[in-house]
Design a binder for this molecule. Structure first.
Ligand code: URA
Length: 227
């Protein structure tokens, strides 16, 4: 019998893998980030300054996913560096999680905005399903490279993109739910919703809930570290 050539062996190996796991084995976050700079899969690149890719170590145990970059993130090209990001960093510190150990990203990698009434400010606009779908392969690739043990979805866009389209963050926040993407997945509110709270009392209530959810994440991380 003719010996199997290394080429046909490679082809067999390739055929038994799906294309995304093949890519994940051979790619890295910096490679993905560079490739995403040229992404035109939806129209958001036309009005955003740049692609804002995820950031953090690819060995992170925890991956945190938000909706899309905001005005500051679009200026600086980094996720969660604006007011919501500052709140997130503080909240993580409060529960004992150093943000530098976490991988932080968004469902959509371009800032979607419309001009304010006098054209002075860029106002965040919610991404459409078609934009979320177009961007999803980037998030999927990040998940495959980082392989987080704990996936934290902040806000409805992230929770519905990753945990199911009918998920209600209000209903399930703070609970661990099943996910194909990580051993533990958990939804919590988006820090922007705390910043938008109507009054001091509701801001405090939301902050407390957010911190409680993140305490759960910290506990899971500690258990996982010990295991
Ligand atoms: N809101 C998000 O969802 N992501 C960011 O990076 C900043 C604000």
């Amino acid at each position: 019998m003719k010996p199997e050539s290394s080429l046909s062996r490679n082809n067999t190996e390739l055929a038994s893998m799906n294309s995304s796991s093949f890519l994940a084995r051979r790619t890295t976050i910096p490679v993905l980030r560079r490739a995403a700079r040229a992404c035109t899969a939806c129209n958001l690149w036309r009005t955003a300054r740049q692609t804002v890719f995820g950031e953090g170590t690819s060995k992170a145990m925890i991956m945190i996913v938000g909706e899309q970059p905001g005005n500051e993130e679009d200026r600086f090209g980094r996720p969660f560096v604006g007011p919501a990001g500052k709140l997130l960093t503080q909240a993580l510190a409060e529960v004992g999680i150093d943000r530098a150990t976490v991988y932080v990203t968004n469902v959509v990698k371009h800032f979607k905005w419309s001009a304010s009434e006098h054209g002075k400010r860029r106002i965040h606009k919610k991404p459409r399903q078609s934009e979320i779908r177009a961007c999803y392969p980037w998030l999927e690739s990040e998940l495959q490279v980082v392989k987080p043990k704990i996936l934290v979805c902040m806000g409805a866009t992230a929770a519905q993109a990753l945990l199911g389209k009918d998920v209600s963050v209000t209903r399930i926040h703070g609970q661990t739910v099943e996910s194909p993407h990580a051993r533990f997945a958990i939804a919590t509110m988006h820090p922007s919703s705390i910043l938008r709270a109507a009054d001091a009392a509701s801001r405090q209530r939301k902050t407390d809930e957010f911190i409680n959810d993140l305490k759960r994440v910290a506990l899971l991380a500690a258990k996982n570290q010990a295991a």
